[in-house]
Write a protein that binds this ligand. Structure first.
Ligand code: NAP
Length: 493
């Protein structure tokens, strides 16, 4: 099953790039490799480096060319966690790998496990978080605006939303799930998170056999703790998904049991949700289950469903029989990482008595098919210019009005971190030195030209330092920007 995208070598083995990673990574990936090899998985491992050691060699990306080359050729990786050591490099090596190979979807299934007791045991929790993996705030487009104010751009695309939403529905179909829940913050971020919600509602119509639900991400967090068994598939944006999937792993015994798959059209990278857990690294204490379960997902992707089941059942039988690592065992009753792997290996052919592995069918690879419809008419009605100033809004307003006197633009308002502070409306805003100055064309039927924009910047720039400019657009008469908190909506033409 899977979106068959792997390569077989001359000896008939399926090639997999193995990245041991940092901290507990080498321990948990070697335990997993031993289990897969003992199960008879026809895998040719190609071991390559990424992470802390690479950063420390001076490579800014943390991912060497040969690792990228291997993955480009094998198209499948099993990966341990990677660290970005403080003072080395800028970008996380993980994010680099995900973005380089456009692994746009991150599947993070969790399920109540036999033998792992939690406050939720007996509720039958069984869900998968489908996290968008390359867009949103984690694109990491950040700019320091002033000494005291920083900005991160939240970019979301129609195409990106559609791909992740389709992946979620395809996962639901392949796994026989009945519902998909789209969790967003669309009430606050109407244009970005709202795009995800609207895309979901549109695509859902193509999957009438699956119940489509929407929920706000905060309510989702609450519901996940109250009634987690009510969720089957949760699709969400990058940061929401990052947070909510750590939460869901906590529902079934913790990060030691939460597997993941980074899915792209060409490449798939399998890795646990957890990081390098430096405090327990090198002590044979880590729980390898999350990586083993990630490898089970990988075996399905490599079209080895029988082997996947064999490994999954042996792991679950091991847990059910009370063989547990220190993260979940009673004090003094734990086994080490490698001993746990041996326990799994000794149970091939066994299956848990109280748990049946989920049946899965092949999953179709989603492609975005809806091109956004270009607006019939498009106009620029003004611009937001973000300036640095420690002066009060009551001083800034008249000064900016004076600067644009005689120009086609007027000052509509000034906001401070999104709240209108000029004209004064009584808000008790504790201003910082970063002001958004919204200028609009006096002529409501006009379309701001580049020359007019440059003239505006020259006028504002003659008295203030500006660092960020956004044009204000209307798409077919519909406002394509949001109002500030407290701003009135001047009627559009
Ligand atoms: P973490 O490594 O996931 O560890 C948090 C805690 O969870 C650990 O201290 C440990 O708890 C427990 N834990 C995690 N995995 C475990 C396992 N397999 N077995 C037993 N216990 C486990 O999160 P972090 O401390 O925030 O991050 C550490 C580093 O990992 C950072 O450099 C981060 O950037 C990186 N990271 C990488 C990835 C990735 O490569 N995909 C993901 C997340 C984080 P106790 O302390 O209670 O034992």
């Amino acid at each position: 099953m899977g979106m068959a995208n792997f390569h077989v070598d001359a000896a008939g083995k399926k090639r997999v790039t193995l990245i041991p990673g940092d901290g507990i990574g080498p321990e948990v990936t070697s335990a997993t490799r031993r289990i897969l090899d003992a199960a008879g998985a026809p895998i040719a491992w190609e071991v390559y480096e990424a992470g802390a050691s690479v950063f420390k060699r001076g490579l800014m990306t943390g991912v060497p060319e040969e690792t990228i080359g291997s993955l480009r050729s094998t198209r499948v990786a099993l990966k341990g966690p990677l660290e970005t050591p403080i003072g080395f490099g800028e970008k996380s090596a993980n994010v680099t790998l995900r973005k380089l190979f456009e692994t746009y979807g991150n599947l993070r299934p969790i399920r109540e496990l036999p033998g792992v007791n939690t406050p939720f045991s007996g509720r039958g929790i069984d869900l998968v978080v489908v996290r968008e993996n390359v867009e949103d705030l984690y694109a990491g487009i950040e700019h320091q605006q002033t000494i005291g104010v920083a900005q991160c751009l939240k970019l979301m695309s129609r195409k990106g939303c559609e791909k992740i939403v389709r992946l979620a529905f395809e996962v639901a179909l392949a796994e026989g799930r009945r519902s998909v829940t789209c969790a967003t913050k669309a009430n606050i971020m109407k244009l970005t998170e709202g795009l995800m919600k609207r895309t979901f509602e549109e695509v859902a119509k193509e999957y009438p056999q699956i119940e489509a639900r929407t929920i706000l991400i905060d309510a989702c967090a609450h519901q996940l703790v109250r009634t987690p068994e009510a969720f089957e598939v949760i699709v969400t944006s990058n940061m929401n998904g990052d947070i909510i999937s750590d939460l869901t792993s906590g529902l079934v015994g913790g990060l030691g049991f939460a597997p993941g798959a980074n899915i792209g059209a060409e490449v798939a990278i399998f890795e646990a949700v957890h990081g390098s857990a430096p405090t327990i690294a090198g002590k044979d204490l880590a729980n390898p289950s999350a990586v083993v379960l990630s490898a089970v997902m990988m075996l399905r992707h490599l079209d080895e469903p029988g082997l996947a089941l064999r490994v999954e059942n042996a792991l679950l039988a091991t847990l059910e029989q009370g063989v547990l690592t220190a993260d979940v065992a009673a004090p003094g009753a734990s086994v080490g990482t490698q001993q746990f792997a041996d326990a799994v290996i000794s149970r091939f052919g066994q299956a848990p008595t109280r748990f049946a592995a989920r049946e899965q069918r092949a999953r179709r690879a989603p492609v975005a098919v809806h091109d956004p419809i270009a607006p019939a008419e498009r106009s620029t009605v003004g611009a937001d210019v973000f300036i640095e100033s420690a002066r009060s809004p009551a001083e800034l307003g008249p000064e900016l009005e004076r600067l644009v006197e005689g120009s086609p633009l007027r000052l509509k308002m000034i906001s401070n971190r999104g709240t209108v502070v000029y004209p004064d409306n009584g808000a008790l805003t504790d201003c910082v030195d970063h002001h958004r100055c919204r200028f609009k064309l006096r002529d409501l039927t006009g379309d701001l030209t580049t020359a007019q924009l440059l003239d505006l910047l020259a006028r504002v720039g003659s008295a203030f330092r500006f660092m960020h400019v956004e044009t204000l657009q209307n798409f077919s008469g519909v406002r394509a920007y949001t109002l500030a908190q407290g701003e009135d909506d001047a009627p559009l033409r």
